[in-house]
Design a protein around this ligand. Structure first.
Ligand code: TRP
Length: 342
């Protein structure tokens, strides 16, 4: 235990927004999380409370939460090395979020670009107050565990910046309490683009389903989607993000999976056709994700066991979170309930 506690801590989460993680979630985030397990004390969680900032079907949310957890484990999150949990199982997240809401400026929250984008899409009236304070809940997720690092994509940089500001502000007002976390931004190479719209990041909303490679799809579906990926009118296999985004995306997927440098791949494909490249990408993708899919299905076959693992994770998380929250409550001046040892 002393060995693990001396290691720096990282924490991250990904929303349970679908039945399957896509290749962008996997190569861009999960693979990186799995690696951090060697050198850090790691916490990974499923932000189901963030998910309800937009309308969710309750049964589906429950199902997706389990499915996401199963995919984390199948993808390499080791529940003996990492603390894996569901956000709503740890009430301290909501409790700390309230305190942080009270030190966040209204204008400051209004400047969050993701909120502005999301609320602009549905109209300001349709946006919930929960969506507005989403970044504050995220700050609570982070600060509760006092991590040094938060591995996230570039789109979450501003939210981690808010968490840093709130940590500093709280420390300044109430005394040293929180660690000021760093965003560990995933590098560009790990960014996967949509197969049909290769200038947009692969995401559920980028285009239709044909733009996605899902961990949980049948390998035949995956092969078909890669085969129909958008390329371009000429036939040269070159790495050129600007002029050949589709081919470049395929090369990057292959390079990430095979760990071969792009330039050596480009040399290998000299004189070959897009069809060759697509066949190889397809083979490499399926070889990598198929074992994850079957392991996920196995885990989902025994939901009781999965729930037990998540309950264990939540108990470990609460061990840390409750201590931080008690410190925060005392510092802001909440009267401890009678019988509490402080
Ligand atoms: N907002 C993140 C996303 O959409 C998910 C998230 C919630 C998160 N809380 C977090 C990520 C805390 C890192 C740390 O991807």
């Amino acid at each position: 235990m002393s060995e693990t506690t001396s290691r720096p801590r990282v924490l991250s989460g990904m929303q349970p927004s679908g039945n399957s993680l896509h290749l962008g979630n996997y190569l861009g985030a999960l693979v990186n999380w799995v690696k951090t397990q060697h050198d850090y004390q790691t916490l990974f969680f499923i932000p189901d409370m963030h998910a309800i900032t937009v309308a969710q079907d309750p049964a589906q949310l429950r199902e997706r939460t389990r499915k996401t957890a199963a995919q984390y484990i199948a993808g390499g999150i080791d529940v003996d090395k990492s603390i894996l949990f569901v956000q709503s199982h740890v009430p301290e997240h909501a409790q700390l979020a309230w305190v942080l809401n009270c030190i966040t400026g209204f204008g400051e929250a209004s400047r969050m670009t993701q909120f502005k984008d999301k609320s602009a899409k549905g109209g300001a009236e349709a946006a919930s107050v929960g969506l507005f304070t989403y970044p504050v809940l995220m700050a609570a997720d982070i600060l509760l565990y006092r991590p040094q690092g938060v591995p996230v994509g570039d789109d979450q940089r501003q939210h981690v910046e808010l968490a840093r500001d709130l940590a500093k502000r709280f420390n300044h007002r109430f005394g040293e309490t929180f660690t000021v976390p760093e965003a560990f931004i995933q590098k560009e190479g790990a960014r996967i683009y949509d197969l049909q719209n290769p200038t947009a990041k692969m995401s559920k909303s980028a285009s239709g389903p044909n733009g996605l490679i899902n961990l949980m799809d049948d390998p035949k579906v995956t092969a078909k989607r890669i085969k129909s990926a958008v390329t371009d009118a000429d036939t040269v296999i070159a790495h050129d993000r600007e002029n050949k985004p589709g081919v470049t995306n395929l090369l990057e997927i292959l390079s990430t999976l095979t760990e071969k440098p792009i330039q050596s791949l480009v040399a290998d494909y000299e004189g070959k056709m897009y069809g060759h490249l697509k066949a190889d990408v397809s083979e490499a993708v399926v070889a990598r994700i198929e074992p994850i899919r079957s392991r996920t299905l196995e885990l989902l076959d025994d939901p009781g066991e999965l729930d037990r693992l998540l309950a264990q994770g939540a108990a470990k998380a609460r061990g840390i979170a409750a201590e931080t929250l008690a410190d925060v409550y005392a510092k802001v001046g909440f009267l401890p309930p009678m019988g509490t040892v402080v």
